[in-house]
Ligand binder design. Structure first.
Ligand SMILES: [Zn+2]
Length: 173
């Protein structure tokens, strides 16, 4: 009796080497990939893994791609959960808006902006925390007003110039 011992790893290895042997044999007999797959009850991908000279490299590359994609997904989920918890008890520092869907991070004056918070939400959590320390929380409305004012846009200048005129005519501000 042949004992297959030594745990899953050995068994798996043994299984694969047998499979490789069978695949090579069947291929030598002139069977197609599909016929081999049916005979051995495995996928065509497995056959090409063993027969295609680049098969192994292709599978390794695909696994690598998948891994980095799923890591990215997890990183952004982690960033999202962190942001959610951070904003739970926050509100806009100007108007008090506390709906967190409206809240944004605004870099405070005097602090150099190193990275975009949105980019950091998908990456390194420590970098994100450090960057958020330099920010205050504003709602989208207040953030927009502040940005237009801070950038001294032509539109904002025009808006301010016409302020008296609007008031005189009783327009909304
Ligand atoms: Zn606000």
């Amino acid at each position: 009796m042949v004992t297959v011992g030594g745990g899953g790893k050995v068994t798996r290895k043994r299984k694969y080497s047998t499979m490789q042997h069978d695949i090579l044999n069947l291929r030598a007999k002139g069977l197609s990939y599909r016929q081999i797959a049916e005979k051995l009850n495995c996928s065509k991908a497995t056959i090409s893994y063993w027969l295609d000279p680049n098969g192994k490299a292709k599978v390794v590359a695909r696994n690598k791609r998948y891994k980095s994609r799923s890591n990215g997904k997890w990183a952004s989920r982690r960033g999202a959960i962190w942001k959610y918890n951070y904003l739970l008890d926050k509100h806009c520092e100007k108007c008090g808006e506390d709906n967190m869907l409206m809240l944004q991070f605004d870099h405070k004056g005097g602090h150099e902006k190193h990275s975009n918070i949105t980019d950091l939400l998908n990456g390194n959590l420590n970098k994100l925390k450090n960057e958020v320390k330099k920010c205050r929380v504003l709602c989208a409305n207040c953030h927009q007003k502040k940005t237009l004012k801070a950038n001294k846009t032509a539109f904002y200048t025009t808006y301010k110039e016409r302020e008296q005129e609007r008031k005189k005519h009783g327009c909304r501000n």
